[in-house]
Design a protein around this ligand. Structure first.
Ligand code: AMP
Ligand code: MG
Length: 481
């Protein structure tokens, strides 16, 4: 059985052989369709009906290698929780190939959970349905929220059990689409081995693919710094906690990648951590910009040999590029939060106004999403245990809006466009996964459908905008392994 699903044009496979291991997906017992992302399929020039056919599902499960695919696992290194791992690589993911989408952009098509690779170490190369659905829901929600992210093209079941700590769980494969899967850790891999030729080839490759205007390794570093500053600011503006910001999970393209123990906050807590393995809170919400800067410093370090021939000069140039991160991040963050308050003009004191609200929200454990959404219709105060705490802040906010010659009502549409009503809340994701494991995909379908329009008021999905009841609160999330 062969199938032509994608019009592949594979550039990564043309890189030197030491950049990857050619490895085909391992077939599974009984592939089953869970979900096809029809809109994304069309964007990629793929017929959604063909994807959903038996031949399509067989390809998405890894039982058939579609025509034109050149399956490979990419090698990379990375700092995990600050500790250096010289070789990680795709242990449970296989790149099928690349397609050029309708806008002329090159996109990776990758299977995640498709069986072992030479980089699997002790892992089984598999994923269970829970993390696959979690990544599907959250990455698609992030896209709808306007946050740069990898996408989910499909989820299929394997008909095979996957053994995890909690027992045997249903296996699944996610098809992930990305601008590329090159990570900070990919460049670190070559730098770490002293393979300057490999490093140079990869730098040329990512410049051509992602930042064609960048000049050399320093230009690349500056471009990634700018993209990641914008990305983390966008995370902060929606209350997103990545959870495992290792350098191997930090993309060069500036997309959010690797949805493991990630989560959106309910009640606002700047120190919030969900990941069960993040004991020291390294990747807590408010640490994310600092951690990103640390990751970018590792990228800078990897690029040093290509930045300047003389090490001192290279370090000086890299240091000065890294010094730009905080200004870029602050500017992006301020732009997001000004918009979230409905402010059009930039004025002195804006930072204080924003921090005044966030501080009160933290003290009152006000729901992050509901408070900001509630600014438009006057319901924000109800998110505070003591509504007077909000009202006290709102006096200054309304005065500030009046200085722009506007009222809350006049800014209603802008406020709603900057503050989503719907986010993928943990308890809803858990509920959808539990139902799916029991064979009921309806809650998952409903979540995906509702989250595709997060800025609209959707009366039919009003229940999904609610904060969890105390007994529904999810306190910990787990890596997808
Ligand atoms: P992650 O925490 O998902 O970023 O994964 C870190 C590393 O562990 C990557 O190299 C993964 O490919 C690898 N890995 C995670 N889970 C598995 C698994 N089930 N089998 C093989 N490798 C895995
Ligand atoms: Mg990873």
């Amino acid at each position: 059985m062969t199938t032509t699903l994608f019009s592949f044009d594979n550039s990564y496979a043309r890189l030197p052989e030491r950049f990857f291991a050619k490895v085909a997906p391992t077939p599974v017992r009984s592939p089953g369709l869970v979900k096809i992302n029809e809109g994304l399929a069309r964007e990629l020039g793929v017929d959604p009906e063909e994807l959903a056919s038996a031949a399509g599902v067989a390809a998405l499960a890894g039982n058939v290698v579609p025509a034109g695919a050149e399956p490979l696992a990419q090698v990379y290194a990375g700092h995990q929780f600050g500790g250096w791992s010289p070789r990680l690589g795709d242990g449970r993911a296989i790149l099928l190939g690349e397609v050029i989408d309708g806008s002329g952009r090159r996109r990776d098509v990758q299977l995640k959970g498709s069986g072992p690779t030479p980089y699997s170490r002790r892992g089984d190369g598999r994923a269970w349905l829970g993390p696959v659905l979690r990544e599907y829901v959250v990455s698609e929600a992030m896209h709808a929220l306007g946050v740069p992210t990898t996408r989910a093209l499909a989820a299929v079941s394997t008909g095979e059990p996957v053994l995890r700590e909690r027992g045997a769980l249903p296996g699944a494969v996610l098809t992930r689409v990305a601008a590329s899967h090159v990570r900070v850790g990919t460049l670190q891999y070559f730098a770490g081995r002293g393979d300057e030729e490999g490093l140079r080839a990869l730098v040329e490759y990512v410049i051509a693919r992602h930042y064609p205007a960048a000049e050399g390794a320093l230009g690349l570093l500056e471009a990634v710094i700018a993209a990641q500053a914008r990305l983390v600011a966008a995370w902060m503006a929606v209350g997103f906690i990545h959870g495992v910001m290792n350098t191997d999970n930090t993309s060069i393209s500036g997309e959010t990648i690797d949805y493991g123990p990630c989560a959106f906050m309910d009640g606002f807590d700047p120190n919030k951590v969900f990941s069960s393995i993040d004991e020291g809170g390294r990747y807590a919400y408010s640490n994310q910009p600092q951690v990103m800067l640390w990751n970018l410093a590792q990228l800078a370090n990897a690029l040093l040999p290509l930045i300047a021939a003389e090490r001192g000069a290279a370090i000086a140039a890299a240091t000065s590029a890294l010094a730009g991160f905080s200004g870029l991040y602050q500017a992006a963050w301020l732009a997001h939060f000004r918009a979230k308050l409905g402010l059009r003009e930039a004025r002195e004191g804006d930072l204080g106004l924003i921090e005044g609200l966030l501080g009160r929200m933290a003290a009152q454990e006000a729901d992050f999403t509901r408070t900001f959404r509630g600014l438009a219709d006057g319901s924000a105060r109800a998110e505070f245990k003591a509504p007077a705490v909000f009202e006290d802040w709102a006096i200054g906010w309304r005065a500030r809006l009046a200085e722009e010659g506007a009222t809350v009502v006049e800014r209603g549409a802008a406020l709603r466009a900057a503050n989503p009503g719907l986010i993928p809340r943990n308890h809803r994701i858990e509920e959808a996964i539990q139902a799916a494991v029991g064979g009921n995909l309806a809650p998952f379908e409903r979540l995906v459908a509702a989250l595709s329009r997060p800025f609209e008021d959707q009366p039919a999905h009003a229940a999904l905008t609610a904060a969890p009841r105390p007994e529904e609160v999810v306190r910990a999330t787990f890596c997808g392994t």
